[in-house]
Design a protein around this ligand. Structure first.
Ligand code: NAD
Length: 284
C-alpha cells in the first residue's frame, strides 16, 4: 500500500516543533515576525492563496499584512511601496503575489525587494546563493518538497530524481536542492523526447508541469516516490499533475492534491519569514 505523504500533517509538525519555538524566542526579544503580502488586482486564486498564508501566519503567532492595489495601479506605485517596506525595520518578509497585470514588470518588481526580506526566494541574489549552495532564503515550494521527502526519510544520496518541469519557481530550484543532497537529477520539460523512458529508473519523481493528470501509473516505476506539485480545478474537483488513482498502485509514497505540496509551500513561507526576522534582528 502506498504511503500518502500528508503535507498538512508535516506542516503542522514543523509549525509546532520548529516555527513556534522560534517565534516565542523572538517575541521575548521584542520582535514580532511580520510578513507583508502585496496583492495587485482581483485574481480569485491569488486571494485564496493569500488567505491560506494569513491563516498559517496567525497559527504561527506571526503578523501578516496584505497591501492591496487595484488592477490599474501604476508600476511605480508598487515599487515605491516595496522600497518603503524594505526600509521599515518592523517588517521582515515581503512577497508579491503573482501573477501581476501585464503592465507591471515582474522582473522589475522582484528585483526591487531587499534580498534579506525576500521570503519567496525569488530575487536574483537569493536564486544565485541557492545555486552556489550558500545560506539564503530558499524559495517556498522547492523547500516544501525537500521537507516532504525528509518526512519520509528519503536519503537522496545516489538516488535518481526525475524532475518534470523547468520553471524558475519549482523545477529549476528543486533540481539544485536535490543535487545538493547528492541525487542524480534528470530534468524533463516540454521538448523532452520519450518522457516515459526518462522515468524508468527514477527513485523519486517530482512533477511540476501544470497539466491535469499528466503523468499516469503506467509511466511510473514500481516503488518510486512521487511528489505532485500541480494543482487544478477540473469540474469543481481539485487534482494534480499526476493521475492519483493509477499512480497509487505503483508508488511507495505519493503526495495527494489537495493536502500535499500546497500546505508545505505556505509552511515554508512562514518559516522563511521567521528566519528573516531572526537574521534581521541579529543585525540590528
Ligand atoms: P510553469 O508553467 O511555469 O512550468 C511548467 C513546466 O512544465 C515548463 O518548464 C514546461 O517545459 C514543462 N512542461 C509543459 N508541458 C510539458 C510536457 N508536455 N512534457 C514535459 N514537460 C512539460 O509551471 P510551474 O509554475 O512550475 O507550476 C507547475 C504546476 O504546479 C502548476 O499546476 C502550478 O499551479 C502548480 N504549483 C503549485 C504550487 C503549490 O504550492 N502547490 C506552487 C507552484 C506551482
Amino acid at each position: 500500500m502506498a504511503k500518502i505523504i500528508s503535507g498538512k500533517d508535516v506542516a503542522e509538525k514543523i509549525l509546532t516543533t520548529n516555527i513556534k519555538p522560534k517565534v516565542d524566542d523572538l517575541k521575548l526579544k521584542g520582535v514580532i515576525p511580520t510578513l507583508v503580502v502585496i496583492l495587485v488586482g482581483d485574481v480569485q486564486a491569488s486571494a485564496s492563496y493569500v488567505r491560506q498564508k494569513e491563516k498559517f501566519a496567525a497559527k504561527a503567532g506571526i503578523k501578516s499584512e496584505v497591501r492591496k492595489f487595484s488592477e490599474t495601479v501604476p508600476e511605480q506605485e508598487v515599487l515605491d511601496e516595496i522600497i518603503k517596506i524594505n526600509k521599515d525595520s518592523d517588517l521582515h518578509g515581503i512577497i508579491v503575489q503573482l501573477p501581476l497585470p501585464d503592465h507591471i514588470s515582474v522582473t522589475k518588481i522582484l528585483n526591487s525587494i531587499d534580498p534579506s526580506k525576500d521570503v519567496d526566494g525569488f530575487t536574483p541574489t537569493n536564486v544565485g546563493k541557492l545555486f552556489l549552495g550558500e545560506e539564503t532564503l530558499v524559495s517556498c515550494t522547492p523547500k516544501g518538497i525537500m521537507l516532504l521527502l525528509e518526512s519520509v526519510n528519503t536519503d537522496l544520496k545516489g538516488k535518481n530524481v526525475t524532475v518534470i518541469g523547468r520553471s524558475n519557481i519549482v523545477g529549476k530550484p528543486v533540481s539544485i536542492l536535490c543535487q545538493q543532497k547528492h541525487a542524480t537529477v534528470t530534468m524533463c520539460h516540454s521538448r523532452t523526447k520519450d518522457l516515459t523512458a526518462k522515468l524508468s529508473d527514477a527513485d523519486v519523481i517530482i512533477v511540476a508541469v501544470g497539466v491535469p493528470k499528466f503523468i499516469h501509473g503506467d509511466q511510473i516505476p514500481m516503488g518510486s516516490i512521487v511528489i505532485d506539485v500541480g494543482i487544478h480545478n477540473v469540474d469543481g474537483k481539485l487534482c494534480g499533475d499526476v493521475d492519483f488513482e493509477s499512480a497509487q498502485n505503483k508508488v511507495s509514497a505519493i503526495t495527494p492534491v489537495p493536502g500535499g505540496v500546497g500546505p508545505m509551500t505556505v509552511c515554508a513561507l512562514i518559516e522563511n519569514t521567521v528566519i528573516a526576522a531572526e537574521r534581521l534582528s541579529n543585525k540590528n
